[in-house]
Design a protein around this ligand. Structure first.
Ligand SMILES: Cc1cc2nc3c(=O)[nH]c(=O)nc-3n(C[C@H](O)[C@H](O)[C@H](O)COP(=O)(O)OP(=O)(O)OC[C@H]3O[C@@H](n4cnc5c(N)ncnc54)[C@H](O)[C@@H]3O)c2cc1C
Length: 306
């Protein structure tokens, strides 16, 4: 059976950065990329907020370069999905594509989190063309335009108030007749003049043309159907952290985010570390994911030395 010192699961900014640091620390890391080599950023076009690129950077090029950088430093990056594991004792046992099992002295989990969508075909059609699940990432492209935010929880309120600072008008599309958000967040929304809440509304369809989103067709609780004109349609109905495989051993919060110890990447299992969106319910940005990948590799290195 193949034995590795440091096994990294996930080929996004967190995983590749962990691989860069682990290679330089002579841990000979092996990284499995799963079904989405390059991670979530490969589903967007330009990244304007990753430092070091005065004119922004093509998202796919950024991820290809991170991968190359890790490989040039010696990381062994492989296609393959981790399908099961046993983290009950060291060395840990990790199975890839249900057929190959490896033994790992340390494991870095960097499997990311996927945004929840409503499940409309029109929503998928306009993904990246006006439909987004990240206001921090994409809000800037809608300056002085009208947008809608779907959701009624804290995240939706935060995204709406953030967008209200950039956009002309922000509709909040809320299923119920109350917000689920904390009272403080509700007050913030109410105090923002360019946010209009559309109560008891469900989205039937995202409307658009070759240029992208132009509106949304909504249905009120009483069955009335009406359209709003918007340029951007933001989902804020939560994320699914990709942590299910590890849950029998690794502690998570109620939403499934892996719990790490303070400012480190340590999980409750000694020798298992977590980095990136899978352990970050709050920031979910590439720069944070990369930084936590660095922490995980440094923590793994220190752990192995002890
Ligand atoms: C449309 C969009 C636009 C965005 N724009 C920006 C932006 O402009 N700026 C910014 O900073 N951030 C942006 N983000 C957020 C950013 O992409 C994430 O914060 C970042 O990618 C998280 O990195 P990660 O490494 O934690 O996880 P991810 O990028 O999600 O990567 C997870 C990796 O884990 C792999 N994986 C999952 N399960 C398994 C498994 N079982 N076995 C093996 N591998 C597995 C996946 O294949 C993938 O390679 C955007 C996100 C989206 C969706």
């Amino acid at each position: 059976m193949e034995k590795v010192k440091c096994l990294i699961i996930g080929g996004g900014p967190a995983g590749y950065t962990a691989a860069i640091y682990a290679s330089r620390a002579a841990l000979s890391p092996v990284l499995y990329e799963g079904l989405e080599p390059g991670g979530q950023l490969t589903t967007t076009t330009v990244v304007e907020n990753y430092p070091g690129f005065p004119l922004g950077v093509d998202a796919n090029a950024l991820m290809t370069d991170m991968r190359k950088q890790a490989e040039n430093l010696g990381a062994d990056i492989r296609r393959g999905v981790v399908t099961s594991c046993d983290l009950s004792h060291r060395p840990f046992s990790v199975t890839v594509d249900s057929e190959t099992t490896l033994e790992a002295e340390t494991v870095i989990i960097a499997t990311g989190a996927t945004a929840r969508y409503l499940g409309l075909s029109s929503e998928q059609k306009f993904r990246g063309l006006g439909v987004s699940a990240c206001a921090t990432c994409d809000g800037f492209f809608y300056r002085k335009k009208d947008v809608a935010v779907v959701g009624g929880g804290d995240t939706a309120c935060e995204e709406a108030t953030y967008l209200a600072g950039l956009c002309r008008k922000v509709y909040m599309i809320v299923r119920r007749n109350v917000l689920r958000a904390s009272v403080a967040m509700q007050r913030k929304v109410e105090a923002t003049p360019n946010i209009e809440i559309l109560w008891e509304c469900n989205t039937r369809e995202v409307l658009g043309d070759a240029g992208g989103v132009t509106g949304a067709r909504l249905e009120r609780g009483n069955g009335d159907i009406f359209d709003i004109k918007i340029d951007g349609f933001f989902l804020a109905i939560g994320h699914n952290p990709q942590s299910a495989l590890f849950k029998p051993w690794v502690a998570t919060d109620p939403e499934g985010y892996i719990i790490t110890d303070g400012r480190t990447s340590h999980t409750n299992v000694e020798g298992v570390f977590a980095a990136g969106d899978v352990q970050d319910p709050r920031y979910r940005q590439a720069i944070n994911a990369a930084a936590s990948g660095c922490r995980a590799a440094l923590d793994a290195e220190k752990f192995l030395k002890q």
